[in-house]
Design a protein around this ligand. Structure first.
Ligand SMILES: [Zn+2]
Length: 448
């Protein structure tokens, strides 16, 4: 064997060993524990095959039930009861006797794949029901809750990969509650078997195990409905710089929420602020710079134009809020908005006067206010919107997009998939690489 050949052989062998050691195939039967119900006093259990309820700690059989036979589990201060009978257990497992993909356990009339366990909720306030199943099957039950499964398949696939990445990234989020992820918007909305549709199953299966990695690590793959034309840098919304969550141009113009308007009276704003603990008295002005062209980065707005900070000036003082905080307080669709004060058309006003010798009367004066079609009454500074206090004055908040504007835009993904090549089954990667900068899409390496 000559030197050159043996070197090549060594390099090849080393590469194979390296690949085997570090990038082992993603195991699609990796399980995820989903907290599907918490704090329950009563649970109604059933299954479409014979099933058993066992003590999860010592595997002792507590009850054997036939297919479609119902069992009621109640939790109270003295412990569990099963169909009215006191049972000696602190953790329960529901086991299907035919443990295949066709059959489901039913909890509170909803069907679930995989296994079901029940434990006492922290604080002993009720029962927590945990559904343990392979992560791929979990994904079947969440995609249609996020986007329409009828969208172009590459968009549905992009959503599937983002959802898989997000779930794996967050798998320790509810460790203290005894499961990995919850089934609400706090993690991702999971509806069990009834939320599955053939197209979402296809999108999950055709991307099996694929995740979004940045420098070899899973990313928090945030997604939202539509950004309003431009996504935002992570630090401008949550204060944390993440290199892959950068503001990029969005293609969400066809989103029904691409633009929106919310009209509020000054007193409605005062009330909402006061409810949130900010008593500023009578609202006198709102301080925010005007929303101009996108891709700006000024002191109070991010790269997309999203509001970073906004000021409310009142008779009791002024406050400064983050855009996200205000979004919650006023239930706004996004923080990409502009503020205008609309004054009603008022041709003349009449007021009481007293003349020099004490006679009272009224006087009418003509005033010239802008018509309502011209939004934005001109005030003395562009970044201060003064409230005049005249009757029927309206604060108009006109905005773009729906959601936090970070990462994948679902309506943008839809538009990209429709415009992209229709015969390229890997185009979902291009969509993801646009919304998550500098990432790789591949099967999850071992140990990540
Ligand atoms: Zn959660």
């Amino acid at each position: 064997m000559n030197y050159k050949f043996s070197t090549i052989l060594f390099v090849c062998l080393f590469s194979v060993l390296f690949i085997m050691g570090s990038v082992q195939a993603y195991s699609s039967d990796r399980d995820i524990r989903v907290g599907i119900w918490a704090n329950q006093r009563n649970i109604l259990v059933s299954a479409d095959t014979d099933y058993q309820i066992v003590n999860a700690d010592n595997h002792k059989l507590l009850e054997h039930l036939s297919a479609n036979e119902k069992a009621t589990i109640v939790f109270n201060a003295s412990g569990f009861t099963l169909n009215g009978k006191r049972i000696d257990a602190v953790r329960l497992s529901i086991l299907k006797l035919k443990n295949d993909n066709e059959h489901s356990i039913e909890i509170n009339k909803k069907q679930y794949r995989g296994d079901i366990d029940i434990h006492i909720t922290n604080g002993k306030t009720g029962m927590t029901v945990v559904n343990t199943l392979p992560i791929e099957e979990y994904l079947y039950g969440i995609i249609a809750k996020e986007i329409s499964p009828n969208w172009s398949l590459e968009a549905v696939k992009a959503q599937a990969v983002a959802a898989r990445t997000y779930a794996l990234y967050n798998r320790n989020k509810h460790k203290d509650d005894g499961y990995d992820v919850c089934a609400t918007t706090d993690c991702q909305v999971y509806g069990g078997r009834e939320s599955e549709v053939p197209r979402t199953i296809k999108a999950v299966d055709s991307t099996v195990g694929q995740v979004i990695l940045y420098q070899g690590k899973l990313i928090p793959a945030y997604f939202h409905s539509s950004s309003g034309g431009f996504t935002e840098n992570s630090e401008n919304v949550w204060g944390t710089y993440l290199p892959y969550l950068r503001g990029v141009v969005d293609y969400d113009q066809k989103s029904p929420q691409y633009n929106w308007e919310k009209q509020l009276t000054p007193s409605e704003i005062e009330e909402a602020l006061s409810k949130a603990g900010y008593n500023i008295g009578t609202l006198k002005a709102i301080g925010i710079s005007p929303l101009t062209t996108q891709s700006i980065n000024i002191i109070d707005r991010g790269v997309s134009g999203r509001v970073k900070i906004i000021r409310f000036i009142g008779t009791n003082g002024s406050i400064q809020l983050s855009g996200e905080k205000l979004r919650k307080i006023l239930s706004l669709k996004s923080t990409l908005f502009d503020v205008h004060i609309i004054l009603p058309v008022q041709k003349s006003i009449e007021f009481e006067i007293t003349d020099k010798v004490g006679n009272q009367g009224s006087k009418k004066i003509e005033i010239n206010l802008p018509p309502t079609s011209e939004k934005g009454f001109v005030t003395d500074r562009k970044d201060i919107h003064r409230i005049s206090g005249r009757p029927n004055e309206i604060v108009s908040i006109s905005g773009y997009g729906w959601g936090h504007g970070i990462g994948l835009s679902q309506w943008g993904a839809k538009a990209m998939a429709e415009k992209g090549p229709q015969d390229d089954p890997t185009y979902f990667k291009e969509i993801l690489k646009h919304y998550y900068q500098g990432v790789e899409i591949k099967k999850l390496p071992k140990g990540v």
